[in-house]
Design a protein around this ligand. Structure first.
Ligand code: SAM
Length: 288
């Protein structure tokens, strides 16, 4: 038994026969010291404290992260899980924390999170999740491309494959720099908090993972509109080896006057532009 009075995660996995399903990106954590460290890395992120917050978790699985979130004093946890076997296993956690854990069966890509969360009583919402690798990037893009900004969450604390984490925080002129870097940086600050070795999971994935912390920053008067940034970075990085004068033709307008107005050479390639360059160029595209 652990300090929460619940059995070790390995026993839960055995008891509920949670043999990992690859199609659901299932790599389970079992060490509550590690999940405690992940949860504490969310403390203060986005200027909000865990104790006052409602936590939205995707894919609680057998509950290693969920239990650490509750042990560290979150006000309430709302979780979405696709695997009914895990939902059954989580009933033990719900019983140990009456009224503090809502688990919904569903696909996190499709749910309306705020409808699931319901009344927040004015509390901040933090997203903390060990994301299924097969949908992790799509979920991050869903949360970074919300039209309303500041978004409904105050911080994101997410497990990714290290390679994806590196893309989120990448600097220009590096191989990892791309669409995710601009989306993760132009109105948020993103940081790799620490690495998590493959041996921490059951079954171990082939690669190292990492925890990324993201805090949204308020939009400034000169922050370009999100849909324009999204279209621009997609067009620019879809053909990342081409010069912008060519790759940006995909947007259907002559790129040359816009590049010139933004002070960017038409012969540059996407990876040479800073996040600020992309913002200036997006403002030009937003003018008509
Ligand atoms: N949080 C648990 C942990 O850390 O041990 C499990 C993490 S495991 C990497 C990902 C979890 O997400 C699995 O429990 C899986 O069933 C669930 N999952 C996969 N795709 C999902 C989706 N589209 N929506 C909600 N949950 C999903």
């Amino acid at each position: 038994m652990y300090e929460d009075g619940l059995p070790p995660l390995r026993d839960v996995i055995n008891q509920y026969e949670l043999n990992a399903k690859k199609a659901l990106g299932q790599n389970f954590l079992t060490d509550l010291n590690l999940t405690g460290k992940i949860v504490r890395s969310a403390e203060g992120l986005g200027g909000t404290s865990l104790k006052d917050s409602i936590v939205y978790e995707v894919g609680p699985g057998p509950g290693a992260l969920t239990r650490a979130i509750l042990m560290n004093g979150a006000h309430r946890v709302v979780a979405v899980e696709m695997d009914p076997r895990c939902i059954e296993a989580l009933k033990q956690v719900q019983a140990a924390y009456p009224g503090k854990l809502d688990v919904h069966e569903g696909d996190a890509l499709k749910v309306d999170e705020l409808a699931l969360i319901g009344d927040t009583e004015g509390r901040p919402i933090k997203i903390i999740a060990n994301l299924p690798y097969n949908v992790g990037t799509a979920l991050l893009v869903k949360w970074l491309t919300l039209a309303d900004w500041l978004p409904w969450y105050s911080s994101l604390t997410l497990m990714f494959q290290k390679e994806v984490g590196m893309r989120i925080v990448a600097e220009p002129r590096t191989k990892a720099y791309g669409r995710l870097s601009v989306l993760g940086q132009y109105r948020a600050s993103s940081k790799i908090m620490f690495d998590v070795p493959a041996r921490a999971f059951i079954p171990p994935p082939k690669v190292t993972s990492c925890i990324v912390g993201i805090s949204p920053a308020p939009e400034q008067p000169d922050t370009p509109k999100q849909p324009i940034v999204e279209k621009l970075v997609s067009a620019a990085f879809n053909q990342r080896r081409k010069m912008l004068r060519t790759s940006l033709k995909a947007l259907g307008q002559d790129p040359l006057p816009r590049l010139e107005a933004a002070g960017i050479k038409a012969t540059c390639r996407a990876e040479e532009l800073t996040v600020e360059d992309f913002c200036r160029l997006a403002l030009e595209y937003g003018k008509n």
